[in-house]
Structure formats: C-alpha cells, structure tokens
Design a protein. Structure first.
Length: 161
C-alpha cells in the first residue's frame, strides 16, 4: 500500500485498513465507465448518499452502484415520515466532499451510516475518496471493519434497495 493521497485514504490508513487508490484517466461520465476503468462491475461501485432527516440531522446510506434506495423502506427503518436527499451545497458543507467523491470516512463529524445489504454481497468494492476522479478500492470485509470501528458486526446493515 502506497502513501494515501486522498482524505479518505488517509483516514483508512490511520485506522489500519488496507486499500488502494485509483485515479481515473479523465472525467467519470457514468457509473458503468467508472466501474469499467476500475476493473469492476457497476455493483461494486458504492454510492454514498446523504439524507437530511431534520434540522441539522443527517444519515448516509451506502448502496451498490445501480441500485436505488427504497424511500418507503428507509423512512420506515429510520422511523421518519419525511426525509430528503441533501442538495449538493449541503453535501459539501456537511461532509466536506463534492458529490461524486462522498465517503463515510474522514468526515468532519460523526454521522449515522447505513449499509444496504447490496454492498455486502460483493467481495471488493470502491467508494468515494474525497477527491473527484479518484476512488479507494478495498475488500468488503475491510469496509465492514472500518465502518464498525474494528467490529464488522457493529455495522448498521439494512435492506433498503
């Protein structure tokens, strides 16, 4: 593992989580192109979606690439009748990252993270690095360890897609 070049890479390295960083050769114009350039299938590309639950209250949902979050299931799971996806400027203010580079690691403050079961079906995944055009690639088991603070069983795994 070389020295981390991204905020997420530095956070993973500090936690002792193995990963590699991949820089795309040009703009990433689609999920399919991102997966192809990474040598992955679209299902291995994890999207980190920020939801606003209320005033200054957020949750991040990690979902496998082409899957869509089932809003009804998410509202039921969170016990909320209303929630919205955060707009781009709010995503940047809350996570410190631009849409397309968002990750549950290296955030300015702790946040509730829900992992859709679709992510756990893969052996290896990639997710935002904090820098557009660059991703971190890691074993799903290591992602679960990192999310659970060392305990993969502590990850909030749900079926939302």
């Amino acid at each position: 593992m070389s020295e981390a070049q991204t905020p997420v890479g530095r956070a993973l390295a500090a936690a002792g989580i193995p990963f590699r960083e991949f820089q795309h050769p040009g703009p990433v114009l689609s999920l399919e192109l991102a997966a192809q350039e990474r040598g992955q299938r679209p299902e291995q590309v994890v999207r980190s979606i920020l939801f606003r639950l209320g005033a200054d209250e957020y949750a991040m949902v990690l979902v496998a690439g082409p899957r869509q979050v089932d809003w009804k299931a998410l509202r039921r799971y969170l016990g909320r009748s209303r929630l919205t996806t955060a707009p781009a400027e709010e995503v940047r203010a809350i996570t410190g990252y631009e849409i397309g580079a968002v990750s549950p690691f290296g955030l300015p403050r702790p946040m509730r993270v829900l992992l859709d079961e679709s992510v756990a079906r893969e052996d290896e995944v990639s997710l935002g690095s904090g820098v557009r055009g660059t991703t971190v690639i890691l074993a799903t088991a290591d992602l679960l360890r990192a999310l659970g603070g060392g305990d993969p069983a502590a990850v909030e795994r749900v079926s939302l897609a």
